[in-house]
Every structure is written in structure tokens, then in C-alpha cells.
Design a protein around this ligand. Sequence first.
Ligand SMILES: NC(=O)c1ccc[n+]([C@@H]2O[C@H](COP(=O)([O-])OP(=O)(O)OC[C@H]3O[C@@H](n4cnc5c(N)ncnc54)[C@H](O)[C@@H]3O)[C@@H](O)[C@H]2O)c1
Length: 250
Amino acid sequence: MSRFDGSVVFITGSGRGIGRAIAERFAQEGAALVLVSDYEPDLRQTEKELAGGGTPVLALTADVSDPEQVERAVAAAVERYGKIDILVNNAGIAWEEPVLDIIAENWRKVMDVNLNGMFWVAQQVGRVMARQGGGVILNMASTNGLVGEAGYAHYNASKGGVVLLTKTMAIELGSSHIRVNAVCPGYIQTPMSEAIDSPEFIERYVREKIPLGRVGKPKDVAGVFAFLASEDAAFITGETIVVDGGQLAF
Ligand SMILES: NC(=O)c1ccc[n+]([C@@H]2O[C@H](COP(=O)([O-])OP(=O)(O)OC[C@H]3O[C@@H](n4cnc5c(N)ncnc54)[C@H](O)[C@@H]3O)[C@@H](O)[C@H]2O)c1
């Protein structure tokens, strides 16, 4: 008997990076999956590999910043499985840009995916969970949602918003037996971070800022999502869990 046998997990941004590692972890522990991404090739590859291992997988192409696409994806998940037990609200984007240079289009894009998109998904899935009598919502924030980092004003503001969205939803939805928590990773090696930083930057960053002396791996984060979704976390809601190798201990 695995921890998530019989559970349905809806994971956004699950074609690659941390979202994919989370999908692998829940598959290993017996869950059925709904994989959602805006990038079809990665999504199909992840679907093929996980379904090949025997996991029930529904893969849906959708842009989380579009509430109508989110509504269709959530409806398709409910049609296929009849319920959603766990939401991993993970899809996000980031790039470096000085605060005085950010143009309106870029500010809106980051907010639309990282904050508005997270809200559309949490609200739609939250309605399903309220109807079915409970569930777990896990939002992907960041250490950048707790402290500032130069060059990421739009990203930091969006992730700070996710932290307070999480707390507010936890307060409102507790009586519906829905737990809502956020995870705040530090530096995790993924296609996103590799596209932003050079190996020299990463080496110096680790030396100066991360007490455990290495960057995080997607599976370091996936295990924390599995814990928060499990019965071991039954009395945890409205919390933000930092997964950063000690970086915020400074
Ligand atoms: N990598 C890090 O160091 C780090 C640290 C803290 C938080 N995070 C957060 O973790 C999450 C995943 O990051 P990652 O590093 O794995 O990134 P990634 O770029 O490797 O993967 C992101 C995934 O989200 C999907 N996606 C992007 N925009 C989307 C949209 N509009 N609709 C649907 N899917 C969309 C992409 O197709 C991709 O599959 C993000 O929310 C990110 O902000 C990452």
C-alpha cells in the first residue's frame, strides 16, 4: 500500500523541472495524475514516460494565465477521474530584469502566470474540492517571495503574492476541510535556472550563500510536496515551508 494509492493529483507546469519531479514522486507513491503544461512536447514526453511505468495519466495542454483554459482543464480532470484530491500549483516563469527597465508587458506577463494563473487554478480546483468535501492545495512560491533579490522585482512581487494568497485561502477554506500551503524553494537546478545563470555564477552563489554547499535538486522539493500532501501534514495549513539548503538562515 502506497501513501497516495487512489489519490488524484493535478500538477501544473509538469512537463519539466520541479513539476516533473513532483509528478514522478506522486507516481512512485501510487497516485493518478493530471499533468498540465503550456508546452506540448515536454508534456507528451513526461506523459509517455510515466504512463509507460503504469501510472494513470491525463495530460492536458493549457496556459494557466487564461481562466477559460484552466476551467476546461479542471473540467476534463473531473470528467476523467471524478475528483481532485491534491493540487500542485507549480507553473511559473522567471527572468532577470532591472526594476527601472521593466516594461508593462513584461510586468503583466510575470504577474499573469505566477500570481493570476496560480489564483485561477487554485480557485477552480478549490471549488471542486469544496464540493467533494476536502482536499489539499499546494502553491509554489519561492524564497524570493519572502526576501528580496535584485533584478527580480516582478518575480519577487508575484511570489510574495502567492504566499499571502496561500494564507488567505487556508483561512477561508479550512472549514471545507481543504488545507492550503506554500513551498518556498531556494536555488534549484532546473531548465529555468540554467537558462538564467552561468556555471561561474552558480559556483560563487553556492559558496557564498548556501550553507549546505550545493544547489537543490528538483527531487529535494518533490519530497516536501509529498509530505505536505500526506496525512503526516494533516494539521498543517496556511504555512510556507522553505527548502533552500539554509540560505535564509543568514
Ligand atoms: N528553479 C528554481 O530555482 C526555483 C526556485 C524557487 C521557485 N521556483 C518555482 O518553481 C516552479 C517551477 O520552476 P522550474 O525551475 O521547474 O521551471 P521550468 O521552467 O523548468 O518549468 C516550468 C514549467 O511550467 C510550465 N509553464 C510555464 N508557464 C506556463 C503557463 N503559462 N501555463 C502552463 N504551464 C506553464 C513550463 O512549460 C514548464 O513545464 C516555478 O513556479 C518557479 O517559480 C523555482
